[in-house]
Design a protein. Structure first.
Length: 294
């Protein structure tokens, strides 16, 4: 009898350890590929995996040349949208912009917008997850803003800059990671720049894939209020197009694809696994006894 009990306990312990090991694999919490969204105006596209919300910010505030209305849309990428680095995305993508309202022609994107107030926001709870990471693909048109930063929030209201890492390969050509500590017209911290004059002939109007950020803030784990923003890193004189010219405030936009928030599932404590496994084993023994006496 003692040998049986020992074997059961050993089996349960090994099962618990195995469950904990499996739980350490990274998991996509929420993702937006936009393939499940119709090609149409869409200011809040649904995620393709998990639950969450997406929206643009700052598209209906500044005169470009008039104050317009938010008119984001899901569009099919074209092979001609390769730019200088030859990378294309011909699947569904999400275009962020404003359009004409009752006041007349408008575009939404403006160099008058303060740092971090124009772009896209993606919110997804990280409850039950740690080691949070973010990845996305980004495209700026010829007259789109060249400087982008990633921000995150753990409380839904306070936003913090996060360092970005390039995806590697051909899609890096024309993009550079910078860190500003001097200009008041650019975010203090990390951002990426697709600036033809700064980065050479491969920059300007390109798709850049698999940009990533690891959120090391412990408050981002197990957080129902977690969200990210992909927003303008510059304003005023620093706010240039991908051509390296001053933002013209009447054309240009950004597009996004494959936006993902991922994390590692938080495993139950070993004691909890033992208890759950033990209850399962006891239930199995009880069923076996009932069957024997039936």
């Amino acid at each position: 009898m003692k040998k049986v009990v020992l074997a059961v306990r050993l089996g349960l312990a090994l099962g618990a350890l195995g469950a904990c090991a499996v739980a350490q694999a990274a998991t996509t919490i929420t993702q937006w590929t936009f393939e499940n969204d119709a090609v149409a105006v869409n200011n809040s596209p649904a995620p393709s995996t998990g639950t969450g919300t997406a929206s643009s910010i700052g598209m209906d505030i500044y005169p470009t040349p008039n104050v317009g209305v938010t008119t984001d849309d899901v569009v099919v990428g074209k092979s001609s949208d390769t730019g200088a680095n030859t990378v294309a995305d011909i699947t569904n993508t999400w275009r962020v912009r404003g359009q004409a309202g009752t006041n007349g022609a408008a575009n939404g994107w403006s160099s008058l917008a303060p740092i971090g107030t124009q772009g896209a926001q993606f919110a997804a709870s990280t409850a039950g997850f740690s080691n949070v990471t973010v990845s996305f693909d980004w495209y700026a048109t010829a007259q789109g803003e060249a400087n982008l930063q990633l921000e995150y929030t753990t409380d839904g209201s306070t936003w913090q800059n996060a360092a970005l890492t390039l995806g590697g390969g051909a899609s890096d050509a024309g993009l550079t990671v910078l860190n500003n500590s001097s200009s008041a017209n650019t975010v203090t911290g990390s951002y990426v720049s697709d600036n033809l004059l700064l980065n050479g002939s491969k920059a300007g109007q390109d798709w850049f894939t698999d940009l990533t950020a690891t959120i090391t803030d412990p408050n981002a784990a197990n957080d129902p209020n977690f969200a990210i923003r992909l927003v303008n890193a510059s304003t005023g004189a620093d706010d240039v197009s991908t051509q390296g010219t001053a933002l013209n405030n009447n054309s240009g936009n950004w597009r996004f694809d494959n936006v993902a928030i991922s994390g590692t599932p938080v495993p139950l404590p070993a004691a909890a696994w033992l208890m759950l496994s033990g209850l399962g084993a006891l239930g199995g023994m009880a069923r076996k006894r009932r069957a024997q006496h039936a």
